[in-house]
Design a protein around this ligand. Structure first.
Ligand SMILES: *[C@@H]1O[C@H](CO)[C@@H](O)[C@H](O)[C@H]1NC(C)=O
Ligand SMILES: *[C@@H]1O[C@H](CO)[C@@H](O)[C@H](O)[C@H]1NC(C)=O
Ligand SMILES: *[C@@H]1O[C@H](CO)[C@@H](O)[C@H](O)[C@H]1NC(C)=O
Length: 478
């Protein structure tokens, strides 16, 4: 199997896991695989399963039949080898309240092997070929989540039926044994029917379930944060989709603590036109804001070289003298530097009309001394409102920000009293001519969507909903 397919299966399986974690907190991130998405996964999965089945080893098989006069004759079929296994038709569907139903119909296989017949002193052997037709298998998968938020899977039910088996013996006395083909065929069929479900249940219990237990439920983002995507409830199967409620929470790698707010309830729409949908809650973004604010990782600097050339008021103590009378005296003709950092964790709100933020920041002003060290001048608190636009194409997510007017207040001064209101116009200009273009340039470059190798999205869209972003897309393995 290719790496892409493994990733696909892994992500499907990831989606198949929900967990009844601590208490009743809602999800910060919801994933939905629609029946269209499940069907795509089925095609990929069946191709993989077909390969697996062709490699299945069948056990030796023995029985007996009665021949007039001679009596009971024992036979054994051994060295069974599956020549081909075809799964021409299959279906997967969510089962409300349980999980998934996978059904395979009209599958067929060809098996070759050797036979041995024994009757006291008499022994004969040869080869045979066997056609198994009209194989149907129906497996119900029960999906759940364990205490760590990993998915669980078990066999809810299984039924297998084979409509036809044809065996043909070759060898010295094969004409004789061919007379008893019906007897052998029905016996083979009964055994195989039982064997199929036994195999399915044991693969699920001993391979799939342990595999799910090894899935990570957190991922490291960078040196500051990780993201927790464990299930907060078992997967919910409904008529047309399978929904996964994931924690969707950023946490500090250095010291994880519970955020002081809980996820809002998400009114996830009933759409199922696309294969995949994601609901990304404000909780997701706001826990990120909390972590990066807590780590002191949100500092922006404004220096004179960032101020547009045509602007007359430079970022230096000479130009700031009209606003801060003592400045020129204390620090004559020196360049200045502004440090902008949030004074509380930034948080955003999402409504169907807009994404808005009301950041409160501290603007720290420094004079750059001749020996390059910084002398603290003053600290201004600024609050504003910002609105954001976001969009996606099939590979990236983009954004742009709009800035409202800054409201200033003087928090601290090392250079005597001054009226901060006089500075409002210039601070607004600096923010909209330096900070904003820098942030928008970065947001316009976009951030790659976290997709496994060889996975392509199409028909991607992003919409604003109350308290969350709704992302939908179709998936293709290229
Ligand atoms: C400050 O700006 C003024 C006006 O552009 C300029 O004349 C002066 O040289 C600047 N001072 C520094 C230190 O850059
Ligand atoms: C830079 O100069 C200032 C004022 O002259 C002085 O207080 C400070 O210690 C100097 N810093 C360094 C790193 O030399
Ligand atoms: C998505 O946008 C990026 C950046 O503008 C661009 O390079 C890429 O080709 C776009 N992809 C598609 C499929 O339009």
């Amino acid at each position: 199997m290719s790496k892409a397919r493994n990733l696909l299966l892994a992500s499907l399986l990831l989606c198949l896991h929900y967990s009844p974690l601590s208490g009743a907190t809602g999800p910060g991130f919801v994933g939905r695989i629609t029946d269209k998405g499940l069907d795509y996964a089925r095609q990929e999965g069946v191709a993989a399963l077909q390969q697996k089945l062709a490699q299945l080893t069948l056990p030796d098989f023995s029985g007996s039949f009665r021949v007039k006069v001679i009596g009971r004759v024992d036979y054994k079929l051994y060295s069974l080898n599956i020549r081909s296994f075809q799964l021409p038709s299959s279906a997967i569907a969510p089962v409300p309240g349980t999980g998934l139903k996978v059904s395979i119909t009209n599958a067929f296989a060809e098996v070759t092997g050797d036979w041995l017949v024994k009757k006291r002193w008499f022994k004969d052997h040869g080869s045979f070929d066997l056609k198994v037709e009209g194989i149907s298998i129906s497996v119900g998968l029960k999906l759940g989540a364990d205490a760590s938020g990993r998915p669980t899977v078990g066999t809810a039910d299984c039924a297998a039926h084979i409509s036809d088996v044809k065996v043909h013996f070759s060898g010295r006395l094969s004409w004789l044994y061919n007379l008893f083909h019906k007897n052998i065929e029905s016996s083979f069929r009964n055994t195989m029917e039982g064997k199929v479900c036994e195999e399915v249940s044991s693969s699920i219990g001993s391979k799939l379930q342990p595999f799910l237990q090894t899935l990570p439920v957190t991922a490291r983002i960078d040196k500051v944060s990780g993201i927790d995507y464990s299930l907060v409830a078992p997967p919910v199967a409904s008529q047309n989709s399978l929904d996964l409620d994931l924690k969707g929470e950023f946490f500090s790698l250095a010291h994880r603590s519970a955020p002081p707010f809980t996820p809002p309830a998400l009114a996830f729409p009933v759409d199922h036109d696309r294969m995949l949908y994601f609901g990304i809650s404000t909780y997701f973004f706001n826990t990120a804001g909390l972590v990066y604010y807590g780590a002191g990782e949100m500092n922006f600097f404004i220096t004179d070289d960032m101020v547009p050339k045509e602007f007359k008021v430079r970022l230096n103590t000479t130009c700031f003298k009209p606003f801060v009378p003592q400045l020129e005296k204390l620090y004559p003709n020196m360049l200045m530097k502004l440090q902008v950092s949030p004074s509380s964790a930034p948080s955003l709100t999402i409504t169907p009309d807009a994404i808005s933020l009301s950041p409160a920041v501290d603007i720290r002003a420094f004079a750059i001394l001749p020996n390059a060290s910084l002398a603290s001048l003053f600290v201004i608190g600024a609050s504003t409102t910002m609105s954001a636009k976001v969009s996606v194409n099939s590979t990236k997510i983009f954004g742009s920000l709009k800035l409202g007017k800054l409201q200033l207040s003087l928090k601290h001064s090392d250079v005597g009293p001054f009226s901060v209101q006089l500075m409002e116009a210039i601070m607004n200009y600096l923010a909209s001519s330096t900070l904003l273009p820098a942030m928008n340039a970065r947001l316009a470059e976009g951030f790659p969507l976290p997709l496994p190798d060889h996975v392509e999205l199409s028909s991607a869209f992003l919409q604003l909903r109350q308290d969350f972003l709704l992302f939908g897309a179709d998936v293709r393995y290229g």
